[in-house]
Write a protein that binds this ligand. Sequence first.
Ligand code: PEP
Ligand code: MN
Length: 332
Amino acid sequence: MILHLKSSVSQQDAAALAEQIKAFHITSNGTNILITGSGVKEVPTSIENSVDQFWVFPNDMQLASKNYRSEKREVKIGNVTIGGNTGNTLLIGGPCSVESEEQIRESSELLIKLGLTTLRGGCYKPRTSPYSFQGLGLEGLKLLAKMREEYGLSVITEARDATHIDEIIEYTDVIQVGAKAMYDQGILRACAKTNKPVLIKRGFGTTLQEFAQAAEFVLSGGNENVILCERGLRTFETGTRFTLDLCGVAWMQEYTNLPIILDPSHAMGYAYGIPNLAKACVAMGVDGLLIEAHPNPKVAKSDASQQLDHAQFEQLLNSLRPVAESVGYKMI
Ligand code: PEP
Ligand code: MN
């Protein structure tokens, strides 16, 4: 249930009302105080006079639901906005991991050359093996911040656990919550306390409902800047790394009000498949794409097989522009 309280209701009275109906969260949308919770199916008469608008939902997808807000939310990343009616498809590019200043500088220069704005690079890598490269940590974040400073790029990196959030907020523009981290409520709750955009990746065994509920953790805590990212599910198939769930994307477009970014790189796992998959993604009219690219993929310290080299990345962008235009979008 979501209640919009009348603007005359004070914060203190709102807290008492929330307590009365055992609601969980109190936030504000600038005009109204919002109370979100579960279980209540109609406005109790005792609080009727304080309520401006009221929504009930069949499940716990609430703030993210089109039934609450029919228009897609906008999220601002640096100087660009995605979602809403912007018609922007944001191409986020860069390596899987930040490995050195030289490497991340080359990635930055590629984006600048192509007129792109948003650089990705992992610093705290959620590796499956403890013996693999784990990322440069704080040193990597500082390199991203340096690129932001020198090139005016926005930067995005992932949080592997909640202890990284403060650093990530300080040094970057978008917090990525990875496929393995998206059930970590410490991370989600920490993301709720900032206004930085949060890109939540769908876990590879996560239902769409669970995915939406992860977004609710951030939204209900007061951060409206949430982006959903589909990056592939684990299926019986071993020929590709994961299986990109475009049906799930259609579901999210139908039922959620959040911008959607697609990550064909992690879904496919192999560079050869990325160009055509990326076209399929863009043809769905999505708000962004996340593509891994490395100056020399062969020596990449993580996800080497799926990263495009810079010539392939440039070619990809050129081939995506007309696809985006054909569905009323623009690659930015
Ligand atoms: C990544 O973006 O490099 C990454 C590790 O992604 P995921 O969480 O989707 O596996
Ligand atoms: Mn990766």
